[in-house]
Design a binder for this molecule. Structure first.
Ligand SMILES: C=CC1=C(C)c2cc3[nH]c(cc4nc(cc5[nH]c(cc1n2)c(C)c5CCC(=O)O)C(CCC(=O)O)=C4C)c(C)c3C=C
Ligand SMILES: [Fe+2]
Ligand SMILES: [Fe+2]
Length: 343
């Protein structure tokens, strides 16, 4: 029997330093997130970052935490529940990090007789630190505990025409009562080094003004190209004026150069250029989370208003939007019936 495995990033069990620390430890010790050799990663993560970050992160999580739990988890659960009602197959939800493990989700599917799994990494774009690490982890779990289960992965859907339509409709709905000077597409950042590492040609990616807009097989795994594509496609779908739209990158950790421009620098710059009414969209995430609810909707808003902005709106992620759930159900049901995946 076929079944669907949804996987998102995961959250700590509670917004306390005690629970945030082991969660961050698992997350940042992932070799696809902090991609340095094991000894240096150990020093960097356990000797430096985890000495102070759990307290700071726990404070941020406390500001956005819901009665039912972490928004990322609760929203992903709502999405999974709605999806179950629209597929004839079992659906399970697991997280890459934290206590809602992939193993538990796979167990759930196996108990319902599933031996063919459609893995859905809940990320529209491919990055080593998000999509790839989910696929690798699921393959490890499958190999160790479920060797007879067949795995198929839904490709990154950042430019799928139906996805672009659903995303655009949800953005248009949020924008209908908001007058704006500019719309910022703020994507989770990654270190520049990760983009270069993911280039299979090893010569295409230059992180300049043209590589991401020049055809290449490198784009199958180029996060920077893929996010720019999403922005362009939504801009075209909604007929947004060229000069009113731009993309930027948020949530960087100190150290290496990360993809630019940085979202927080843009918040400072826009009001000085007369862009005082700003809408912010965060399409790297399908579910609202710490990075959207705290960094963008709270901190970003304060920063923009303090820099001279007058109006600010964070547009919610797709979350459990009915059209989004129906689209995922359509993809899953089509895969069940024909074996075909969307492209
Ligand atoms: C779009 C997908 C994501 C990519 C790519 C990504 C890369 C990446 N992230 C960190 C470090 C942190 N990210 C944190 C939170 C976080 N990251 C994503 C998604 C991507 N990260 C999400 C959905 C969340 C929110 C989780 C939640 O519970 O709501 C955090 C934890 C919070 C904090 O302390 O700031 C860290 C740390 C790196 C280093 C990285 C690429 C190298
Ligand atoms: Fe992150
Ligand atoms: Fe590129």
């Amino acid at each position: 029997m076929k079944g669907v495995l949804l996987v998102n990033l995961g959250s700590p069990d509670s917004p306390t330093p005690k629970d945030v620390k082991p969660y961050l430890d698992e997350f940042l010790m992932d070799e696809r997130v902090i991609d340095v050799n094991k000894v240096w990663r150990n020093i960097l993560v356990r000797g430096i970052i985890l000495q102070t970050r759990p307290k700071k992160s726990a404070e941020a999580y406390s500001k956005i935490w819901w009665e039912e739990g972490s928004p990322l988890i609760v929203i992903s659960e709502r999405f999974a529940e709605k999806l179950k009602k629209q597929t004839k197959m079992p659906v399970a939800l697991g997280m890459r990090y934290g206590s809602m493990t992939i193993k538990k989700a796979m167990d759930e599917l196996r108990q319902q007789g599933v031996d063919e799994v459609l893995l859905v990494p809940l990320y529209p774009h491919y990055a080593m630190s998000s999509f790839e690490t989910v696929v690798v982890k699921v393959m490890e779990v499958q190999k160790e505990f479920f060797p007879n289960v067949k795995l198929t992965t839904l490709p990154a859907f950042y430019k799928n025409p139906d996805y672009i339509k659903v995303l655009s409709a949800s953005i248009a709905d949020s924008l209908k009562d908001f007058e704006y000077d500019h719309i910022l597409f703020s994507y989770h950042g990654i270190p520049e080094r990760h983009v270069k590492k993911s280039d299979p040609t090893k010569y295409h990616c230059k992180i300049d003004g043209s590589c991401c807009f020049t055809n290449s097989v490198a784009h199958n795994t180029c996060y920077r190209h893929q996010v720019y594509d999403t922005t362009e496609l939504v801009k075209a779908e909604l007929n947004l004026p060229e000069e009113k739209v731009s993309s930027s990158f948020q949530s960087r950790l100190a150290g290496d150069p990360w993809l630019k421009p940085y979202t927080d620098y843009e918040f400072e710059r826009f009001p000085k250029e007369g862009k005082k009414r700003l809408a912010v969209i965060t399409p790297a995430f399908v579910a609202d989370c710490l990075e959207t609810l705290e960094e963008i909707a709270m901190e970003g808003k304060n920063q923009f208003l303090e820099a001279g902005g007058t109006d600010y709106k964070h547009i919610p992620c797709l979350n459990d939007d009915d059209a989004w759930v129906s689209l995922m159900a359509q993809w899953a049901n089509n895969w069940e019936e024909t074996g075909n995946l969307p492209h």
